[in-house]
Design a protein around this ligand. Structure first.
Ligand code: PMP
Length: 356
């Protein structure tokens, strides 16, 4: 597929200090754009990154009809870039779109547009180990209509940001708290398993309260009984109990993480006992009290693996491990990042190579 391309006249790359990258603040020179109108996606194109003109009556601003994805591209060598599981990310974008009543996109257009973008902005992909180009596809309702109904027009973009390695000086294990004041993230039948803007907006207040109490992030519990562990701010969660790797099942209110999926596939192939099931916060605390809770870690695109050192729930705290990363978390981190960077052979078929 040929994608119309308009090159930026001046690159901003010389203004960027690649040693001082803050996640999500630096954007490369180009972006992919297409518009849904009259029942079809029109004019897929790569153009210079820049402001988008919107009207104050833009539907998405009022009613939150928007979805997004987050994935990474890695510099392997001067001829090759790796995208990690782009088809899974695209499938999830479409699943989110279906829930939000947004038209789906086809993979061919998505991957062609993304490849074109990466080739044009290849210089923006950091070369240092562990660094990457974060890829953010998103779709929003763009009809100028303040009625609480689905839009007839949508804009789709892919923008990219160079990002530094998540861990610059070794792992820094995080602390979690279940939400205060009974806040919940998602209910079954709601939008929890979609990657949609409103889920995140609704999490900001509980996240701020958690930070104010000195915890890194919120450990969400189910909305019905507030007993079952669901996930962390922007990560899924894993527990190693009695030698088994346990993660909450996809209940309909949990985001189906691509990193979670990768960990489960690695564990199963390596013969590690794995359970996807409901797990209560009480079971986690009891396992800890009985010395059976060996590891806890979060899993998501940004950090890949985030070891957890402490969990707070209802005034009680448990501490996990010796404050550093556990062996399963470390081994998962090594395998996944090795496949992403091209230093470990990808026998899973997860990487999509883009030849420069
Ligand atoms: N849960 C939520 C709510 C998230 O935002 C993310 C990040 N996308 C994840 C889990 C982890 O998903 P992934 O491994 O695909 O990044």
């Amino acid at each position: 597929m040929t994608i119309k391309t308009t090159r930026a006249t001046d690159s901003r790359i010389s203004e960027v200090d690649f040693e001082m990258l803050e996640f999500g603040r630096t954007f490369s020179d180009h972006m992919f754009e297409m518009v849904w109108q009259n029942g079809a996606w029109n004019e897929p194109q790569v153009k210079p990154y820049g402001p988008v003109t919107i009207s104050p009556s833009l539907n998405a601003l009022h009613y939150g009809q928007s979805v997004f994805e987050g994935m990474k591209a890695y510099y392997v060598d001067e001829n090759t870039i790796h995208l990690f599981r782009p088809r899974d990310h695209h499938d999830r974008l479409n699943a989110s779109s279906r829930r939000l009543c947004i038209p789906e996109t086809d993979y061919e257009t998505f991957i062609s547009g993304l490849e074109e973008l990466l080739k044009l902005d290849a210089a923006w992909i950091p070369r240092q180990k562990g660094h990457a180009l974060y890829v953010r596809p998103f779709v929003f309702a763009s009809e100028e209509y303040i009625a609480a109904v689905e839009s007839s027009r949508y804009h789709f973009y892919i923008i990219t940001c160079p990002v530094a390695a998540y861990y610059k000086e070794g792992f820094s294990p995080i602390s979690l708290t279940t939400p205060s004041q009974g806040y919940v993230r998602a209910v079954r039948g709601g939008t929890g398993e979609a990657k949609t803007a409103g889920n995140y907006a609704a999490s900001f207040l509980p996240a701020r309260l958690a930070r104010d109490q000195g915890y890194t992030q919120v450990l969400w519990l189910d909305a019905n009984e507030q007993r079952y562990v669901e996930e962390v701010g922007t990560m899924n969660i894993f527990f190693k109990i009695d030698g088994k790797l346990v993660t909450p099942e996809l209940s309909g209110s949990v985001l189906s993480g691509i990193t979670r999926r990768s960990i489960l596939e690695i564990a199963r192939r390596e013969g590690m006992p794995v359970e996807e099931r409901r797990i209560t916060i009480d079971e986690v605390f009891e396992a800890s009290h009985q010395g059976r809770l060996e590891e806890v870690f979060g899993a998501g695109t940004a950090a890949v693996i985030a070891p957890v050192r402490l969990i707070h729930h209802n005034g009680e705290k448990i501490e996990i491990g010796n404050g550093s990363i556990g062996p399963v978390a470390q081994s998962m981190f090594n395998t996944i990042t090795g496949i992403q960077n091209g230093t470990v052979e990808d026998t899973y078929g997860w990487t999509h190579a883009v030849n420069l």
